[in-house]
Design a protein around this ligand. Structure first.
Ligand code: HDL
Ligand code: ZN
Length: 445
């Protein structure tokens, strides 16, 4: 009986080529981005800067080059002692982009991951990455239709589903949902209810809840917690959100120290409102732990930093809430091993991504190898965290390459034992890593 191709054994000398081919062709479900469809508005460049500047769908060369990672990097080349932060912020977006291009790409070699990413994206779009100015790129992007361009970028990056971050405490985001109930009816995008302030600073968040018509006291009494659950349910329904997410500071502890009333209030809201609503709806809660906000406020979005979080707190949440599903990513490199070991203890914990300051080749390789060694393939290796649409092209292009390399090494180690590898093994594993594990975790009732 002739076996079909997928049943065929992959020979040692064909292993890397086969893995890279399978990984390269695998459609991706991107589980965490800051991307939006055009219905959320998109800034349109003009001579003085941009119109519709509050639009949330960011794309094109000026947004790419002014990505907050690059703003942080350009202030290392032209420090604020030479260019005051407020002067930079007073410039139109295009002038900011010209400044960054000149100092990070023309007068210096673009070596950082954020710089290299732009060059990868330009080249994949068929543009010459050696231009001395942005004008040729602007001409290209000015001819793109945003909606059609989304399809092109998804095709080039082979991303089949984009997961948004919908921050309900952001007025621009919230008001768009309230004014246009069908705003996110775009099958390419799925929504996530993002609620950082509810746990980071519940007393302050409760003032907004009251303004929005929820009887939520600054102290989480039983009646207040019922109102917080109503608020969450209203927005989960409005967004058809596929999970709930929050970023938490490195200091986050569970249980919270009782001496800290803000932390204690946040923990009460987490335990008595957020987790019960998620459990009832079988929705995962994504905890993104380790971001210290605004360590340099003058850098605005670029001003956040990283510190080690407390992994035992994650374990206690998984143990104390066995009916909840936790998607967890931690920002500190030093937290990764503990998180992997904790995931070995709790099946309701799904580690995901190489987040933000970890989204660099050297660290993606290190973390992914550690995860394979400790978890097999039971994790979500990456998310793009893209803020600008076109970034999908490089963030996934670079990550596929690295993950394929690590996966090849893992297969080589297994093959050395004499275990035969079939093409169907590689295909099954690759689909699990790039979409299956996440989709199964969502669906797990
Ligand atoms: O909190 C988050 O979701 C982070 O990803 C922040 O948005 C951060 O500013 C970022 O863009 N990281 O890549
Ligand atoms: Zn993010």
């Amino acid at each position: 009986m002739t076996s079909n191709v997928t049943d065929s054994i992959v020979e040692w000398d064909k292993l890397e080529m086969t893995v890279r081919d399978v990984v390269g062709r695998e459609p991706i479900c991107d589980m965490h981005t800051h991307l939006y469809p055009p219905t959320f508005g998109t800034p349109v460049p003009n001579r003085t800067g941009r119109v519709n500047a509050s639009g949330l769908m960011l794309w094109g060369i000026d947004e790419l080059v002014t990505y907050h990672y690059l703003i942080a990097e350009v202030f290392r080349v032209v420090p604020s002692s030479q260019l005051p932060y407020e002067t930079f912020w007073s410039w139109p977006k295009q002038r900011q982009a010209d400044h960054i291009w000149q100092y990070l790409f023309v007068e210096n070699t673009p070596l950082s991951e954020a710089c290299r990413g732009i060059l990868t994206t330009l080249t994949r779009l068929g543009l010459d990455p050696n231009e001395k100015s942005l004008s040729a790129y602007r001409a290209f992007f000015n001819h793109q239709d945003p909606d059609e361009y989304i399809d092109r970028v998804m095709e080039l990056s082979n991303v089949k589903s984009i997961t948004m971050t919908n921050a309900v405490f952001d007025d621009n985001e919230r008001n768009r949902w309230l004014s246009e109930p069908t705003i996110a009816k775009d099958p390419r995008f799925r929504a996530v209810l993002r609620i950082d302030p509810l746990v980071r600073n519940y007393p302050h968040a409760s003032e907004k809840l009251r303004r929005w018509g929820y009887q939520a006291d600054s102290k989480p009494t039983p009646a207040t917690l019922a109102e917080v659950r109503r608020f969450l349910s209203d927005w989960l329904d409005r967004q058809s959100a596929i999970y709930v997410a929050m970023s938490l500071p490195p200091e986050f502890l569970y249980p919270a120290p009782t001496a800290d009333p803000v932390a204690a209030a946040g923990q009460c809201v987490l335990a008595e409102a957020i987790l019960p609503v998620c459990a009832e709806r079988r929705l995962p809660l994504a905890l993104m732990i380790g971001s210290s906000l605004q360590t340099n406020p003058a850098l605005r979005d670029a001003g956040d930093t990283v510190s080690k979080g407390d992994v035992p707190s994650v374990g206690r949440l998984c143990r104390n809430f066995p009916n909840n599903k936790f998607l967890v990513t931690m920002l500190s490199r030093e937290n990764q091993h503990e998180l992997c070991v904790t995931a070995r203890k709790f099946g309701n914990l799904m580690p995901f991504g190489c987040w933000w300051f970890l989204n660099n080749p050297s660290l993606i390789a290190e973390i992914t190898e550690m995860r394979f060694e400790l978890l097999g393939r039971t994790f979500v290796p990456q998310h793009s965290d893209a803020r600008i649409l076109d970034q999908l092209i490089y963030k996934w292009g670079h990550s596929r390459e690295i993950i394929a390399g690590v996966l090849t090494e893992m297969y080589r180690r297994t093959a050395r034992t004499g275990r035969k590898l079939r093409l169907q093994d590689i295909q099954r594993d690759t689909t699990a890593l790039f979409s299956g594990n996440f989709e199964a975790f969502l669906a797990d009732r």
